[in-house]
Design a protein around this ligand. Structure first.
Ligand code: G3H
Ligand code: 13P
Ligand code: ZN
Length: 335
């Protein structure tokens, strides 16, 4: 099947109350690891590329690698999504490339650092929705700002989402999905507390309140990596230095899914899995220099991490639940 609109994947998840992982990709091994996990667990999946990923891959490689993944796995619904689009222009570029979904992160200005006002966010988000929907493409917006700065993305300041504003934002802009700020941040250092207390740092009531006010809109949680101790231990025991890394516990994500989160953004855990696998490989095989051996180990590590999440988020087994829609179908639905 061709790439599917993300809206369909999320609407199906709403009906059956499970979550769908949105996994960041930058290279072939990440894509293959994710697709193997999706195939084995029969899960729909969202593959997402940031602006950094577009730059790193010179855009066309991402497009064609994901198209290859779709051709290789015809029974798996896959949406290709732009993560943290910063302008109408970037979203247009992704749509021209063939992405079936875009995020316009209007919570920050085009520099991806300076917070915007509610009205500025509405203005840019509305413009993206108007353009994307005319072509059948899904739009994710964001209201509130996450903590942490990832490769220059993020203000470094947290502004939790106001549920009343969120409901108003959804209504005015017509977004298909909304990212909430509930206390998570990007990267491997989400909370300055012991991992056992990390769950208490999230404001679950924000999800509940937004869901009550906007019951039909799938909600999105950025910064959802769990930063598992096993992965950190592998990195650190083979020469890495990631002290005090803390992520979002799986139990918190499962609770968030029940309350209304349907798209769960994961990048850091994939990075940790790759880094640990390659460090371990080189430590154990100092004479090896065939890149397929260590990139192969990295691909295996991505597969294992993603497979676990597809099971934990409840996505497993849902690939064949529905008849995939095309962007042309979506155009009619939106018009
Ligand atoms: O939202 C941030 C994601 O982890 C993407 O990170 O911009 O370094 O590709 P990146
Ligand atoms: P993590 O850094 O927790 O993986 O979050 C990724 C993300 O939100 C991408 O948009
Ligand atoms: Zn994000």
């Amino acid at each position: 099947m061709p790439l599917v609109p993300m809206k369909q994947i999320l609407d199906e998840a709403m009906k059956k109350n499970y979550g769908v992982g949105a996994f960041n990709v930058n290279n072939m091994e990440q894509i293959q690891g994710i697709m193997r996990a999706a195939k084995e667990t029969q899960s729909p999946v969202i593959v997402q590329a940031s602006r950094g990923a577009l730059k790193y891959t010179n855009m066309y490689y991402i497009k064609h690698m994901v198209e290859a993944a779709v051709e290789d796995n015809p029974e798996i619904p896959v949406a290709l999504h732009l993560d943290h689009g910063n302008s109408l222009q970037t979203c247009k570029l992704a749509i021209e490339l063939g992405f079936t979904s875009v995020m316009i992160d209007g919570s920050l200005k085009e520099d991806s650092k300076t917070p915007t006002s509610f009205d500025e966010n509405v203005e840019v988000t509305k413009a993206v929705v108007q353009y994307a929907h005319s072509l059948g493409v899904t739009v994710e917006g964001e209201l509130g700002t996450l903590g942490g700065i990832e490769d220059g993305v993020g203000s470094g300041k947290v502004k939790l989402t106001d549920p009343d504003e969120a409901a108003r934002f959804i209504k005015i802009t017509g977004v298909d999905a909304l990212a909430l700020a509930i206390g998570t941040s990007h990267g491997a250092y989400k909370f300055k507390v012991d991992p056992s207390l990390a769950k208490n740092m999230l404001k679950m009531e924000i999800i509940k309140q937004v869901r009550e006010k906007a019951p039909d809109t799938p909600l999105v949680m950025h910064g959802s990596s769990s930063v598992p101790k096993e992965l950190i231990d592998i990195v650190n025991s083979y020469g890495g230095n990631l002290p005090h890394a803390v992520g979002v516990p799986i139990s918190a994500i499962q609770e968030a899914i029940k309350l209304g989160i349907k798209k769960i953004n994961v990048d850091t855990d994939g990075r940790l899995a790759i880094t640990g696998a390659i460090r371990k490989f080189f430590a154990e095989n100092p004479a090896e220099f065939d890149p397929r051996s260590y990139f192969g180990a990295a691909r295996q590590a991505v597969y294992e991490v993603v497979k676990g999440k597809m099971i934990d988020f409840g996505t497993a087994g849902h690939a064949s639940d529905y008849k995939p829609l095309t962007l042309d179908d979506m155009k009619k639905i939106y018009s």
